[in-house]
Structure formats: C-alpha cells, structure tokens
Design a protein around this ligand. Structure first.
Ligand code: PLP
Length: 462
C-alpha cells in the first residue's frame, strides 16, 4: 500500500491573504466595472486567474537564486540553465528570453511569412498576435472533441487532427504553409494533452512535406505525465525520456518558463537548427539582451535551471495533476459541468451548460466569474464571448467562439486542497440558484477587440 499520497513538500514560508466581506467585494466589483483583471490582488482570497508566473519556488530554487552570476556575457548562470534545458529538451541550442511571448515574437519573425499559413492544434494568443502582426494567417486544427466542452471524456483532446492537417496542406498548398506548431498541453481548450502517437503522426507529415514542426512547450512536463499515465507504451518511461522523445519530432521549441519552469518570469527559444539559432541570437540582441541572458537576470536563469528539473520529477507531477483532478472530481460530484477529463493546469467550467438561459451575447462565463468573486472572493478568468469573441470583418456582426468557459487555473505548489474545497462549495452554491442570474452587457472594450478581456467594462443586466 502507498500511504504517501499527500504533497511531496512541506511549507516553510507562508504569504498571508485577506478575508473579505460580500459588501466589500460588491463595491470593488462595481469599481472594476465587473472586470476581475481590474481588481487589486490583495482583495482576492484565492487567485485562480492564471497559473502563469504564480508558482511557489522551492528552497533549492531560492538557494540557486543566491548563486546567480550577473556577468553580462557568458555567465555561469547561463551555462547551468543551458545544461538543464538541454537535458529536458534534448535540443542543443538555447536562447533565453524574458518571457514566452518574446519567443513567440522570434518564432513569428523566423517561421512565418505575410499571407502564408501557420497551422497548429490551438495557437495561444501571444503567438497568434505576433504572427498576425507579421501578416501571417493562423489556423487551429484541434480534434473536434477538443472544441466541444460537452464532449465525452477522452484521453487526448489536445491532439491536432491529422485529417484536418492533410486537408489544410492540400487546400492551401505546401508552399503557402511555413510552419506547424503543436502546443502541449493545449492551453486554450482546457490544458488538454497531446499524445505521443499524435506528435509522431504530425512529425511524419511535416517531414514528408518538409514543413518545420515547432512545439510550444509551456507545459511540457504536465503533457509528459499524461503520456506516461495514458499511453501504455510509455508507462515505464522516465518523464525526461518522454519530454525528449516528444521534442525529437520538432526543429524548434518555445517555452514560457512561467508555467512548467516553476519560476515567476522567464522564457526560452530552443532549437536544433544552428542557422535559426544564430538568427534568434540577433533578434535577442536587438529586443531582449545579449545572447547569454536574453532579458533574464543571472539569478532568474539559476532558478529556472533548478525549476525545470523539479517539474520533471514524478512525485511532483503526480501531486500536481492529481490536485487539479481532485477539484474536477469534486465539481462533477455536484453535477457542475466541466471539460472532462480535467486537464493539466486547471478546471474549465462549461458556462453554456451552467447558465443555459444566458445567451453568449450576454457573457455567461463572465457572469460566472463575477458571481464567484462576489460570493467567495475567488478570482477566475473568462475564456469565451469576451476573450475570444470577434467581429465579422465584412458585416461587423459579432462572431461567438465555440468554447464558453470559466477557467479555474491552479497555481503550482501554492494552494491546499482546503482552498479547492472553498471553490467547490462556492460554485455549488451559485449553481443551486443558477436561474436567478441574468447576463451582462459590455460597455467598454478598449482599442483592440482581441485583447478586450484585459480592459473591458461590464454592467449587470437588470
Ligand atoms: C503563457 C503562454 C505563452 C506566453 O508566455 P508568457 O510567458 O506569458 O509571455 C505562450 N504559449 C502558451 C501555451 C502559454 O500558456
């Protein structure tokens, strides 16, 4: 028997958080125009707005921080970080950047062309934005079940649909496609994993057509854990052997180290193509910093060197994925509709089924976010009509996204299962009186529609 199923760490420093009253929260919501991005973090009891850059560092990481070598060029910190990344990625050339989107910028500069296509399972916003600014077109080709928040549970809803990929290549022509990117795990549809079989199938199509394959490796370790536990041939593989095998299909990888790097800031551009590496070096010098720091302090690179190793430990991943799963199972027990099975970094609640009487034009997922903060001081994020809604370029009519969800992102090593119980109780309470909620109206959006969720203002409909 295994009786050691609790957290594989103990807590030796705590950050106090504030308990607040419903009256206070109602006032703060009004002041923030019902946009939780505009709240002060100190007024939040449990913060699930993101898992990005919010991890708790280990004592080993804090110790590594003190070793930071702040030399401008060729610091020891760089070489320690480089060795750690080479070990986990199995790729030779490592360009640090200040955070993931800087690597997305390099990717857009080096792998896209105006008017041509970048294909992927689901492109994350920051790559999409950089590619579109560079004039490229991006297409999401995730499997259909990954686009339906009510689809039955299945193990790899992040997979790139092979038929859609072949079809896109034959429709648009190989010469109009500059890259294929697979994001692991697939952030936009629930942190859903991509299987090794899918990566290999995508890799072989890319090889056949000589299209470069790139991996967005922000949650590389979490994806590797799902492969180990859901794809029988890999059950006995070490996590790092799986991460290297995943990346063996790719020419280049980018990473926001704020996720599975277990650090609060940092990013990576990693490649096996020496020419691309040299070009990335030039972009780094212009935009980020010299090649061996790329916008990171030496101490940050040391913390990343250790964090990346810790994130590939099986005991850590077992705790991490099971904690997120615990939240999902508790919500399911109370009939709350979620994307099933739970993904790697959070639970995505399906607002279309939670508030079936609120149409997408009245922002049901945002209504859930507001209700959860009002009742409990818990902050989540809307991924639906506000974040991904757009306008038809010709008719100017609104176009609503397939997914209308509230994401409960779980920070790494930060909250206990008791915190998760608060989320479960509060959401169950709201669900028990769901008919009493009405929708919302967007009263301000800011200059760029695709970024409006950060700046939007709302009113509650009477
Ligand atoms: C967070 C994230 C990014 C962007 O990284 P930042 O560090 O926030 O700039 C890119 N891709 C994916 C999949 C992400 O989750």
């Amino acid at each position: 028997m295994n009786f050691q199923f609790a957290e594989p760490f103990r807590i030796k420093m705590v950050e106090n958080v504030k308990r607040t009253t419903k009256d206070q929260r109602q006032r703060w919501l009004k002041e923030a125009q019902f946009n939780v991005f505009r709240l002060r973090a100190e007024d939040v009891y449990i913060d699930c707005i993101t898992d990005s850059g919010t991890s708790a560092m280990s004592s080993e990481q804090w110790a590594a921080l003190m070793r930071g070598d702040e030399s401008y060029a060729g610091s020891q910190s760089f070489y320690r970080m480089e060795a750690s990344v080479q070990d986990v990625f199995g790729m030779p050339y490592v360009q640090p950047v200040h955070q993931g989107r800087a690597a997305d910028f390099m990717l857009a500069q080096l792998y896209t062309q105006p008017g041509k296509y970048a294909l992927g399972n689901m492109h994350f916003d920051t790559f999409r934005g950089n590619a579109e600014v560079a004039g490229a077109k991006v297409l999401d080709l995730v499997v259909d079940e990954g686009l339906d928040a009510a689809s039955p549970a299945s193990p790899f809803k992040g997979n790139l649909d092979i038929d859609k990929l072949e079809h896109a290549i034959s429709t648009h022509g190989r010469d109009n496609i500059t890259m294929v990117m697979v994001t692991v795990t697939c952030n936009n549809n629930g942190g859903q994993p991509v299987s090794m079989a899918n990566l290999k199938a995508v890799g072989s199509i890319c090889r056949k057509h000589q299209i470069p394959l790139v991996i967005d490796a922000a949650r590389l370790s979490e994806n590797a854990y799902f492969i180990k536990t859901r794809e029988p041939e890999y059950a006995d593989w070490e996590i790092k052997a799986i991460t290297r095998e995943m990346l063996s299909e790719a020419e280049t990888a980018v990473m926001s180290a704020k996720k599975d790097g277990l650090v609060n800031i940092g990013g990576l551009f990693v490649t096996r193509n020496l020419d691309i590496y040299h070009q990335a070096n030039q972009l780094s010098i212009v935009h980020e910093g010299f090649i061996t720091y790329g916008g990171q302090a030496g101490r940050d690179m040391d913390a990343l060197a250790v964090g990346l190793q810790e994130s590939t430990r099986l005991d850590y991943l077992d705790y991490r994925i099971k904690q997120v799963d615990y939240l999902g199972q508790q919500l399911k027990l109370r009939n709350i509709p979620i994307i099933d099975p739970p993904g790697g970094h959070g639970i995505y609640v399906d607002a279309k089924r939670f508030f079936p009487h609120i149409p997408q034009s009245e922002f049901p997922a945002q209504r859930m976010v507001v209700a959860l903060y009002e009742e409990a001081g818990i902050r989540c994020v809307e991924l639906g009509a506000c974040a991904f809604g757009s306008k038809d370029p010709v008719t100017k009519e609104p176009v609503w996204p397939a997914l209308e969800v509230m994401r409960i992102a779980i920070s790494r090593r930060v909250y206990t299962n008791r915190h998760l119980d608060c989320i479960v109780e509060a959401l169950s309470y709201i669900y028990s009186q769901r008919e009493t909620y009405k929708g919302m109206k967007l009263v301000y959006e800011g200059p760029i529609t695709s970024l409006r969720h950060f700046t939007a203002g709302f009113e509650l409909l009477p």
